[in-house]
Unconditional design. Structure first.
Length: 150
């Protein structure tokens, strides 16, 4: 008995339109991979991004130009500095200047003249109750803005 020779797969699919790839819409390059171009880079093509273009994830965003964070100090820390003798003394009074916000946590018994950008309401009350003074200083950015207005 003579065995039939196996025909090439190509002969079978010639003229079929889909060439054995299912629907005629399938197997059209990028179109079969979930969108055109860079579609899905943050979703179904994430593995490509993480391996080949990791900087893609760090691009963009919005930065507020005036958003600033202030350093903070509590009233009890000023008290500790006063007890340790780390504050400046002028005419028998203690002075402390801080470029940030003074918060009202803790107690203060020393009479300290405190200069800071801003004060919490409780901090201001505690400093003044102890016989000190709470004075606000103007930020350098605000000074520049005032200079431009005049």
């Amino acid at each position: 008995m003579i065995t039939k020779r196996k025909t090439k797969r190509r002969r079978k699919f010639l003229g079929s339109g889909s060439y054995g790839k299912g629907n005629a819409k399938n197997n059209r390059g990028k179109g079969n991979k979930g969108g055109w171009g860079r579609a899905g880079m943050g979703k179904h093509r994430m593995t490509y991004i993480t391996s080949k273009e990791p900087e893609f994830l760090t691009r963009g965003g919005f930065h507020m130009p005036r958003a600033t964070t202030l350093k903070c100090i509590n009233v009890f820390e000023i008290e500790q500095k006063a007890c340790a003798g780390k504050l400046q003394s002028k005419d028998g009074k203690l002075f402390f200047e801080f470029p940030g916000k003074v918060l009202g946590s803790g107690k203060i018994s020393a009479s300290v003249h405190v200069r800071a950008i801003t004060f919490a309401a409780g901090a201001k009350a505690k400093i003044e109750k102890a016989g000190g003074k709470a004075e606000s200083i103007v930020r350098t950015q605000e000074k520049k803005a005032e200079g431009k207005k005049e």
